[in-house]
Ligand binder design. Structure first.
Ligand code: ATP
Length: 361
């Protein structure tokens, strides 16, 4: 099912007389293609959950529309939209078994969708198999691990075959290992069912690893939409560049002068044909090549071994943030008492942003 968000805006009135309204979602326009897994990503308070709630019908927009296919669902209540919902706290019924929890949404189906007990059991088992909890059907939620509980919640959301599956931080309560495993599972389940799925996360790595498309939001506004790798490789502004990637992109105060990118007193890269201006220079950690003749000179702080690669931690008077992190091959050799380290830069790993607007130039 294709989902279209048309000029979608949600304004919450301010709590006190003087304060301004909060625009949680500001003129969101996008057509979510059928059958894709979409990661809705952004820092806390950027409007991710509100966007999801507008799609599910838990919130009504101040203006704008939500379409499922050709149907305008903007004024429909959640239960009439045919959405499956999964939240961070699994919200299972504690007194019901796994099977009863999964069956629950099937019990109040009306008309020709009404099911017999047998059909409900069959459907529940089928869905439990899909999320691989069919061996746990008789257990109560408290007898399950967090990851298993979340699978039950996903099964419950899927059992009615929703038109759209919506997940709000579904992996946040899981420990690191389970989180990794469950996100792979989520991807598999989504592929197998082909249900258009939108999931909210503040974890960029999570969103990047499993999404077909990511939507990066800040302050209620969509900043960029694209395939994860494309957004990483071609960020439209400084915020998006900084939000994606670990370690974070390194940002220097710099300028374009006489066809060169200049940081401090050093010309670090060609910028032929570009107008002179002040810029932020963003360099991805993998964009540095240690080179004794390299144009960028940093003060060496330490080298952290990471196995195949090493992380060189250095500083520079024009850097923003606490330090510069560059990820380089462990085949590079560094002297223990080395005071400076020089780098060449990979041009496609360097981005320039306007100093005022922070837009990519
Ligand atoms: P988080 O990752 O912390 O859950 P989020 O990106 O999901 O954040 P939202 O919960 O959508 O953000 O909130 C967006 C903005 O709208 C925030 O500034 C929030 O304080 C505000 N907001 C959300 N719900 C309400 C409400 N019911 N009344 C007033 N303001 C609200």
């Amino acid at each position: 099912m294709k989902v279209v968000l048309e000029n979608l805006t949600k304004r919450f009135p301010s709590r006190n007389k003087k304060g301004e309204d909060v625009i949680a979602v500001n003129d969101f326009n996008f057509e979510i293609p059928d059958g894709q897994l979409i990661g809705l990503l952004g820092p806390s308070g950027c409007g991710k959950s509100t966007t999801l709630n507008l799609i599910s019908g838990l919130e009504e927009p101040t203006s704008g529309k939500v379409w499922f296919g050709d149907e305008d669902v903007t004024r429909l209540p959640p239960e009439a939209r045919g959405v499956g919902l999964v939240f961070q706290n699994y919200a299972l019924y504690p007194h019901l078994t796994v099977e009863e929890n999964i069956i629950f949404p099937l019990q109040n189906l009306k008309g020709d969708r009404k099911m017999t007990k047998e059909e409900m059991h069959r459907k529940a088992l089928e869905t439990a198999k899909l999320v691989q909890i069919d061996g746990l059907m008789e257990r109560k939620p408290k007898e399950l691990s967090g990851g298993q509980q979340q699978r039950v919640a996903i099964a419950r959301a899927l059992v009615k075959i929703p038109r759209v599956l919506l997940l709000d931080e579904p992996l946040s309560n899981l420990d690191a290992r389970l989180r990794l495993q469950t996100r792979e599972e989520l991807r598999r389940i989504q592929r197998e069912t082909g249900v258009t799925t939108i999931f909210v996360t503040h974890d960029q790595e999570e969103a990047m690893s499993i999404s077909d498309l990511i939507i990066v939001m800040k302050d209620g506004k969509v900043h960029q939409i694209g395939k994860p790798q494309e957004v990483y490789d071609e960020p439209v502004n400084l915020f998006v560049a900084q939000f994606l990637g670990t370690p974070q992109i390194n940002v220097f105060e710099g300028e374009i002068r006489n066809g060169k990118v200049r940081i401090g007193e050093e010309d670090v890269l060609d910028a032929e044909g570009r107008e002179d201006r002040k810029v932020w220079v963003g360099i991805r950690p993998e964009g540095f090549i240690p080179d004794e003749q390299g144009p960028l000179t940093c003060r060496m702080d330490r080298v952290e071994v990471m196995g195949r690669d090493v992380s060189v931690v250095s500083t520079h008077e024009k850097m923003t943030g606490k330090c510069i992190r560059s990820i380089v091959s462990s085949e590079n050799r560094f002297a223990p008492d080395q005071e400076t380290v020089r780098f060449r830069l990979k041009p496609h790993k360097v981005f320039l942003f306007d100093r005022e607007s922070e837009e990519r130039v």
